[in-house]
Design a protein around this ligand. Structure first.
Ligand SMILES: Nc1ncnc2c1ncn2[C@@H]1O[C@H](COP(=O)(O)OP(=O)(O)OP(=O)(O)O)[C@@H](O)[C@H]1O
Ligand SMILES: [Mg+2]
Length: 333
């Protein structure tokens, strides 16, 4: 089957000369139709940059991105328009992405009218009400005349989702869509997104720095773990969570608190050799995780960048030293 979205060795540089950094460095991944893919990793590892490139908001500096099998830089005008509608991004900060001088009604009806999804303002009004209900902003009529600053973080995020839905998207990049809201409403936002996936047949790229969220949202999907611009491990979520192979994935998982304090207590700590994340301006040679890695092998890990290699249990791991080793993160009681 043809992948819905495919990244082939995609890179993205920022800055010039001495200041030049590779925010995304040779990422290859495929996302199938109907899939939920999570992109996880610490702040600055290149998640948003990857999401923006997939949504067509930022051109790659190297490699290529295919949409339904076609490179997006080779689409004709009509195909490109269809792609830009099909792939929508919900930004990390809904405050910055919603126009502060527009009411909710304007935010939703403007794209409906501009892209001729409705024929006239009466129909636009009705569709706006429908979309607000879909994202659980009810009674919908109460929200139409509100400005973004009159809404809570969670409500703003729902408006962003409703706006993305105006163009009937097939693929949604949700960039930290629930990270800015209170824990108490996170679950209901996540459930709303999950419902969209099922009812509207939307494929999701869910970006988060929080592995616990990835586990909740994408248990039936897959996780890709990024470190300093590269994917270091990916695979079906249950495999990545229960049988992580890359030492970086293990360290991330070890840091996730469990709901059950007894389990948290029994969790193995992964002692990193260093807590510092290297600067993109001065990356270590070889595997960029090696200065922090407890399994560092001198003369190997610091020499060449490890390739992402398939493992038989599912997915890929960029660590020839540890890719076949199981580590239980729970200390037996
Ligand atoms: N427009 C830009 N100009 C210069 N550097 C940038 C730009 N956008 C991102 N970067 C740099 O690229 C790197 C990756 O940024 P990115 O926003 O993709 O990370 P992220 O994984 O989304 O982080 P976070 O979890 O904090 O959102 C960072 O070092 C960032 O400073
Ligand atoms: Mg980001």
């Amino acid at each position: 089957m043809m992948a819905h979205i495919e990244l082939q060795n995609v890179s993205r540089a920022f800055g010039k000369e001495q200041e030049r950094v590779l925010a995304v460095d040779g990422v290859s991944l495929t996302i199938e139709k109907g899939e939920i893919r999570c992109l996880v990793g610490e702040s600055g590892c290149g998640k948003s940059t990857t999401g923006k490139m997939i949504a067509g908001l930022l051109p790659p500096s190297g490699g290529r991105i295919l949409f339904d099998g076609k490179p997006i830089d080779r689409l004709n005008k009509e195909e490109y328009r269809a792609y830009r509608h099909a792939v929508q991004i919900i930004h990390q900060d809904p405050y910055a992405s919603l126009n502060p001088v527009q009411t909710v009604k304007q935010i939703i009806t403007t794209p409906l009218l501009r892209h001729r999804k409705v024929s006239g303002s009466q129909q636009a009004y009705r569709r706006a009400l429908e979309l607000l209900e879909i994202v659980d902003l009810t009674p919908a009529a109460d929200f139409l005349d509100k400005y973004p600053h009159q809404l809570s973080g969670g409500q703003r995020q729902r408006v962003s989702v409703a706006r993305a839905l105006t163009v009937d998207p097939k693929f949604i990049v949700a960039d930290e869509a629930v990270s800015m809201v209170d824990v108490s409403i996170r679950v209901s936002l996540l459930n709303m997104l999950m419902r969209l996936k099922n009812e509207f047949d939307v494929t999701f790229l869910f970006i988060t720095h929080d592995l616990a969220l990835a586990k909740y949202f994408a248990w039936e999907g897959a996780i890709s773990v990024m470190y300093l611009g590269r994917v270091v491990e990916d695979g079906p979520t249950p495999r990545v969570i229960t049988d992580p192979r890359h030492p970086y994935t293990q360290a991330l998982l070890a840091a996730v608190p469990e709901a059950d304090p007894e389990l948290t207590h029994r969790k193995r700590r992964i002692a990193l050799r260093s807590a510092d994340i290297p600067s993109l301006l001065n990356l270590p040679p070889g595997c960029t995780f090696h200065p922090r890695c407890p399994y560092f092998v001198e003369g190997e890990c610091d020499v060449s960048a490890p390739p992402l290699e398939a493992i038989s249990e599912g997915g890929r791991v960029a660590c020839p030293v540890r890719k076949d080793e199981h580590v239980s993160l729970l200390i037996p009681s």
